[in-house]
Design a protein around this ligand. Structure first.
Ligand SMILES: CC(=O)SCCNC(=O)CCNC(=O)[C@H](O)C(C)(C)COP(=O)(O)OP(=O)(O)OC[C@H]1O[C@@H](n2cnc3c(N)ncnc32)[C@H](O)[C@@H]1OP(=O)(O)O
Length: 409
């Protein structure tokens, strides 16, 4: 099979995007969403594979910055829109795009690549490890109650049209980005994703609604959500679905959750893609009736092991030699000495004996502090050669705040 893999041209985008939608199950997307993705496409970083004029492969790499433990904002390629036409599957087209992408990302000097996967089994072979988990929940708000902290009553809530307060909400989001590993610094344009609200995709629910929280005249948080009223034999049976919520302090956080729990005629609150350590889980009277479920979220690939490990800090002093296996990006393979603490780190090639043996995929999983090296060792995926090195590294790599990806891409 001879196919042509090359950078996407602007005049090819429509056919390229149609091919992508077909591979994602023939999604019928709104014009509004299509136009937004077209605007967000970074043409110099998007690839297409062509067979006799037809598009059979798509892949992109957004120019992102992701927060790492310690608060630094590190360049990361946001891998997206990866598809291969069903007519051309299992012939190595995906592998050829992954090869080209990772070589490109290395040449751009970006130490990380990140993605969310339609199927978790796809990307491990290319060195991506699951680095963050999210929590989904179906909360029975007719039975579950909240205990809120002092100060909650000082927070004022008001309804606002989502577009009218977009800039103010984005400022709140931007203040939260350095506080939590995994959060993405949003480039101009990306905030509009949160406003997408095509009537055809509401499934009987309301248009997007927004409530902002204020204290002393300043916006300190917001929630965007939809409501869907239903009636059962016992009466009202409505559902609230939360799209996103951000709060700068505990009182604001509690005020917003109390609002969502208390909307009249609603008996359930559906929560998607929240941080693993989200505060509401500790405000509720009955976590079991909230049915929290973890799900894999952001996959992380260290494209440059040395630069990536140096870019974050470590919550306890660490001095270990890793033997890294990386068949797909062999420039990472070999021994690296990492020394670091909460102030900074250095990571360089070494000929010293290895303390821990692992593949780049495990390093990707542990990188943001959301997956423990000890757990990976218990699964046989990290081997300890020097006694004590595992506990030392596992403690150092941890994060006081659970890493979290705030939105898809
Ligand atoms: C970041 C994102 O965009 S995630 C979106 C991923 N895309 C989708 O889910 C859209 C629907 N699926 C597809 O488009 C395609 O099936 C793809 C992209 C997942 C795979 O494309 P292909 O060109 O068929 O993959 P390719 O032939 O290069 O396979 C490489 C290897 O991965 C394996 N593989 C491919 N797809 C899968 C899968 N879904 N699950 C498990 N293994 C897989 C292949 O078996 C092969 O293994 P091998 O090297 O041991 O033989």
């Amino acid at each position: 099979m001879t196919t042509d893999l090359r950078v996407l041209r602007q005049d090819e985008w429509n056919g390229w995007y149609d091919s992508l939608l077909r591979a994602f199950g023939g999604v019928d997307e709104s014009t509004e969403e299509r136009e937004l993705w077209n605007e967000l496409t970074e043409f110099d970083r998007f690839l297409g594979v062509w067979d006799e004029g037809g598009c059979v492969g798509t892949a992109g790499a957004f120019r992102f910055r992701v927060t790492v433990p310690g608060g630094a904002s590190v360049p990361a390629a946001g891998i997206t829109m990866v598809t291969v036409a069903a007519t051309h599957r299992r012939r190595g087209v995906l592998t050829s795009m992954m090869r080209r992408q990772l070589d490109d990302i290395r040449s751009w000097g970006e130490p990380l690549a990140v993605l969310t996967a339609t199927e978790p089994a796809i990307y491990g072979r290319f060195g991506y490890g699951v680095g963050t988990f999210q929590v989904n929940a179906e909360i029975d708000t007719s039975r579950v109650h909240l205990s809120v902290p002092d100060g909650t009553d000082d927070v004022r809530l008001r309804y606002a049209a989502p577009a009218d307060v977009l800039d103010a909400c984005e400022k709140v989001y931007a203040r939260l980005v350095p506080r939590r590993p995994g959060m993405l610094a949003r480039q101009p344009g990306w905030e509009r994703l949160a406003l997408l609200d095509p009537p055809g995709e509401r499934d009987g629910a309301s248009a997007l609604q927004c409530v902002v929280a204020e204290r002393d005249g300043e916006i300190t948080g917001y929630a965007r959500y939809r409501t869907k009223l239903g009636w059962g034999v016992t009466g009202h049976d409505g559902n609230v679905t939360l799209n996103d919520l951000a709060a700068l302090d505990p009182a604001t956080e509690a005020a917003l959750w109390r609002f969502l729990f208390g909307i009249d005629l609603m008996t359930t609150l559906t929560v998607r893609a929240r941080p693993a350590d989200d505060a509401w889980q500790h405000l509720v009277s009955d976590i079991r009736r909230c049915r929290p479920r973890p799900r894999d979220s952001l996959y992380v690939r260290l494209v440059d092991v040395g630069a990536a490990l140096e870019a974050r800090t470590y919550q306890a002093p660490v001095d270990v030699v890793f033997e890294v296996e990386d068949a797909f990006c062999p420039w990472n393979a070999g021994r690296w000495r990492l020394t670091g603490d909460a102030k900074g780190a250095s990571c360089a090639r070494t000929t010293d004996m290895a303390d821990l043996v692992l593949s780049v995929r495990e390093l990707g999983s542990a990188y943001l502090g959301g997956v423990s090296l000890t757990a990976l060792a218990a699964a046989g995926r990290v081997r300890e050669l020097r006694q004590g090195a595992l506990a030392e590294a596992a403690t150092a790599f941890g994060s006081a705040v659970a890493p979290w990806l705030p939105h898809g891409f």
